[in-house]
Design a protein around this ligand. Structure first.
Ligand code: ZN
Length: 310
């Protein structure tokens, strides 16, 4: 048996919230259906932010209910605060995730909360989660965003990330994730920071990396994470959403290329690459003209490529 690596598809959230156009609800459902049919076993389906702020996410509750109907699919929702967490729990999310910016300036500008206020919000959500009856209690993760650098503050000190990761775990959160929101990370930094956070919080508290491919280092950073025991990677089909500060660069790392790399290395993602690539048609039909990224879909699956699981 080859080692299982979990891919968490974040396109319906991170990808779609980064583009101005709104994908129609029916297309979102068809996309999630196609992803699940290709073997994607975890999808971040949306964000419980006020629709005034992000109209692209206004149908998140309906999308989440639809995704819950897919047997074996872990359904994740992003929440910006306690109110969002209440809505996500009411909707029945399996996992909720809140972004916590390691850059205090970025945090204040984005959610008008400094680090102390964010830690209070996280503690309140952890309490709410703990109060849920066992069968309805979601997993609660905190995404340590801008962990590798910030477009406003520049470099983010690694000891600050480690200290805040410890503070988050101390408030009853099950896992943290390191997020390269800005695409600043390099493989040496990924190795160092993953190791430091795992050492400080316990190896089982950090299993996930959220990487962007802004400067082309996304898959190199995945490899560095694999070497340090990371078992879950966030990625977006077609790198949807692109990057606002780097035209021509994909947003999140591209799921198709990630699946190709992992499977070619003999790791098991559970995903059928041909069926995954076919699902791109749903995006181009719903959002005509939207750039779709990825080398593997453009070049084609190599002759003789076999899924690791076969
Ligand atoms: Zn992101």
């Amino acid at each position: 048996m080859s080692q299982r690596i979990q891919i968490s598809e974040v396109g319906p959230r991170d990808g779609l919230q980064s583009i101005d156009r709104v994908m129609p609800t029916a297309a979102k459902k068809a996309w999630i259906d196609a992803l699940a049919a290709a073997g994607v076993s975890e999808i971040e389906v949306g964000s419980f932010v006020p629709p005034k702020l992000l109209p692209q996410m206004a149908d998140t509750a309906e999308i989440l209910t639809h995704a819950l109907g897919k047997a074996g699919l872990a359904v994740v929702a992003l929440v910006p605060n306690l109110k969002g967490a209440e809505r996500a729990i009411a909707a029945g999310a399996h996992k909720i995730s809140i972004p916590f910016s390691m850059s205090e300036t970025h945090s204040i500008r984005n959610v008008r909360k400094d680090h102390a206020a964010m830690l209070d919000e996280i503690a309140a959500i952890a309490t709410l989660v703990a109060e849920q009856p066992k069968g309805r209690r979601p997993q609660f993760d905190v995404g340590l965003s801008t962990a590798f650098g910030c477009t406003i503050e520049g470099p983010v000190p690694e000891d600050r990330v480690v200290r805040l990761a410890e503070a988050v775990i101390a408030r009853g959160v099950s896992e943290v994730c390191l997020s390269d929101t800005t695409g600043y990370a390099n493989p040496a930094q990924v190795r160092r920071l993953v190791r430091a956070v795992k050492e400080a919080t316990g190896a089982d508290r950090l299993n996930t990396l959220h990487l962007h491919n802004t400067r082309g280092l996304g898959l190199a950073n995945v490899l560095a994470g694999l070497d340090e025991g990371i078992t879950t990677f966030d990625s977006s089909q077609a790198g949807l959403g692109g990057c606002p500060f780097a035209p021509g660069a994909s947003g999140n790392i591209v799921t198709e290329d990630l699946v190709f790399m992992l499977e070619a290395m003999g790791l098991d993602t559970g995903i059928d690459l041909d069926r995954l690539i076919a699902a791109r048609a749903i995006i181009s039909e719903a959002l005509p003209g939207e750039p779709l990224y990825g080398f593997t879909p453009d070049a084609g699956v190599p002759l003789g490529f076999r899924k690791a699981a076969q």
